[in-house]
Design a protein around this ligand. Structure first.
Ligand SMILES: Nc1ncnc2c1ncn2[C@@H]1O[C@H](COP(=O)(O)OP(=O)(O)OP(=O)(O)O)[C@@H](O)[C@H]1O
Length: 576
């Protein structure tokens, strides 16, 4: 979407399915607006009519009243339906966009910017959608009245139109500055969201640190809130002033019309003047309503732009991610491979981006591969490339020797179950058959969670657990999914020594016996002997790739040193 106003283009694409309703609403609005103008003409005529015209005037009056009601109710209903449908489509489409967005784009967008788009921006459009029917009808009434003015007298209409154009120009200028304010305020809203996250997620740390608490409260939150309020006040004041000037301008038009009438049209009937005054006074209401809605329209425009930008940024080549999961059963895989793969994070001009690769790595079915290396050496990035979450800048990802491309990438990803170090724990088990429930129960026992958690109607009874316990629950989820490749990113880091030992020496071996391929990111060098192969990363490159047989004697399998307590705990844990 590269049009000069991506917001309008995006909303246009959302409106397209409802074009019949939109058109119907506009036509009905036109009928309503024209009828109002007609009614004013009838009223004006009535002021000068003789007694013989009463019957015709009453009939016209009643007919026009009915048309006004039908027109305005019809256009209101259609605009309301379209407005609400657009909001619903917007919400669904944004959720779909996020579900399909390239993971690296999603990661760099950051949650504190994403959430306001989903809430604030959609709400801004929703607010406008609520007023949109009135906006539409007011617009149509103004147009209808202008047409009636033109019918009454061309010269006076031209003078009026010139003054209205002048007033509108002043409004356009005011609006442009107002919009700049709304844009600025919206940017500060992102900062505010970030600070809100800070006080919610950093509550414990802030409670313990008075200077930092004060800094966050005063320098970050209060300052940002005041900045937003100042910018909004300025923007709205400008529009309100423009509105008052608009009203004065309308009276100016009335005065000018009255003064100029004898000059411009000396032989014209008095009904022209009264008709003009009547219509101009009547127009004040709808014009006021149109101008009054400009701030809301301005905010909606800013919101649309934000939504369009997000939508543009999250565009993806993988468009079938939300298809029927029934076709995506996990299959087995003989090998997964990165061939000549490199990947660089996007970075600002000042920063040097981290570059991974080029990497050649082939993992075979049934292997236990440990990915090791210093912090920041690129282990998680490597895993994300291997999982098909990041698309390589160069090189190929292969499944059983066949390149994985956009069309096959999601099928490929279904081979894996992962527990990332920043994993998200889902409380519901999607597989609900008896066997899976039994496996879940068995592993709840084995991982010493049965006293805290049970499976009820396919949902874990609680996830209010300690950090280590939650990770065990994530492991159970992974186990139950039964996929052929399991990836653990520092799973054991939060476990007590006994469970760490159970994980490396027993659970990994169990999974291997089931024919699983296992990839483990680990810093636990005490248990490196449990791997069939160790891939060591340094600065984004593979530094060593050693199989069990190649490993030097010093690294050969030997039991890790453990305390008597470790051994006792491990014995207890392995009894289940
Ligand atoms: N979203 C991102 N944008 C930019 N750079 C990133 C991003 N994620 C990671 N990096 C950079 O990539 C490098 C490798 O990160 P990665 O998480 O792969 O390391 P790691 O080996 O898993 O580290 P650790 O052992 O600490 O988990 C780091 O220097 C990090 O700063």
């Amino acid at each position: 979407m590269t049009s000069s106003n991506p917001g309008i283009a995006y909303v246009g694409s959302l409106l397209r399915p409802y074009w019949m309703l939109v058109l119907g609403g506009i036509l009905l609005g036109l009928v309503g607006g024209a009828s109002v103008a007609g009614l004013l003409a009838v009223v004006n005529k009535g002021l000068y009519a003789g007694s013989g015209d009463v019957g015709g005037l009453v009939a016209s009056f009643a007919g026009l009243c009915v048309l006004i009601v039908l027109g305005s109710v019809g256009s209101d209903i259609s605009a309301n339906v379209v407005g609400q449908r657009i909001i619903a489509s917007l919400r669904k489409s944004l959720a779909a966009k996020i579900l399909m967005a390239p993971i690296d784009q999603l990661e760099s967008y950051r949650a504190h910017r994403l959430i306001p788009v989903l809430t604030k921006d959609v709400d801004a459009i929703s607010d406008f959608a609520f007023f949109f029917p009135a906006f539409l009808v007011s617009g149509v009434i103004v147009v209808g009245c202008l047409i009636y003015l033109a019918v009454l007298s061309w010269p006076l209409f031209l003078v009026t139109a010139a003054l209205i154009a002048l007033g509108s120009f002043a409004h356009v200028l005011a609006r442009r500055r107002g919009m700049t304010g709304f844009h600025l305020a919206r940017q500060h809203e992102d900062d505010l969201q970030k600070h809100y996250r800070t006080i919610a997620e950093g509550a414990k740390e802030l409670r313990l640190h008075r200077p930092r608490r004060r800094y966050v409260h005063v320098d970050l939150i209060q300052e940002t809130v005041d900045r937003i309020s100042d910018v909004q006040i300025k923007a709205i004041n400008l529009l309100v002033t423009a509105r008052a000037l608009g009203t004065v301008m309308l009276f100016l038009v009335i005065g000018t019309a009255l003064v100029l009438r004898p000059l411009l049209w000396p032989e014209g009937p008095a009904s022209v003047s009264s008709g003009f005054v009547l219509v101009l006074l009547f127009m004040r209401g709808p014009i006021d309503q149109l101008i009054g809605m400009l701030p809301s329209l301005g905010r909606a425009q800013v919101a649309m732009r934000r939504i369009a930008e997000l939508s543009d940024r999250f565009a993806t080549a993988e468009t079938d991610l939300l298809g029927d999961p029934a076709n995506q059963a996990a299959e087995h895989v003989e090998s997964i491979e990165l061939r000549g793969v490199s990947y660089a994070f996007q970075a600002s001009a000042a920063e040097k981006p981290f570059v991974l690769g080029p990497i050649d790595l082939r993992i075979r079915r049934g292997e236990i591969v440990f990915i090791v290396g210093e912090n920041g050496s690129g282990k998680t990035t490597l895993i994300k490339l291997l999982l098909g979450l990041y698309v390589p800048d160069h090189g190929l990802l292969l499944r059983d020797g066949v390149p994985v491309v956009s069309e096959t990438r999601d099928d490929y990803r279904q081979l894996f179950t992962t527990v990332f170090s920043d994993y998200y724990l889902f409380d519901a088990l999607l597989q609900q058959d008896d066997h899976k429930r039994e496996v879940a129960q068995r592993y709840l026992n084995r991982l010493e969670l049965a006293h805290k958690v049970s499976v009820e109607n396919g949902v874990f009874s609680t996830t209010d657990l300690s950090t280590g316990q939650r990770k065990r629950l994530a492991l159970i989820n992974a186990w139950i999914e039964g996929r052929p490749v399991l990836v653990f990113d520092e799973w054991a880091a939060d476990q007590d020594p006994a469970f760490r030992r159970v994980f490396y020496t027993e659970l990994l071996a169990d999974l291997k016996r089931l024919g699983k391929t296992i990839i483990v990111i680990s810093h636990d060098d005490r248990y490196f002997h449990c791997a069939d192969r160790i891939v060591r990363l340094r600065d984004g490159r593979i530094d060593e790739d050693e199989s069990d047989q190649q490993r030097k004697p010093v690294r050969a399998k030997r039991p890790p040193k453990s305390s008597p307590q470790d051994r006792a705990a491990s014995h207890e844990a392995s009894k289940v």
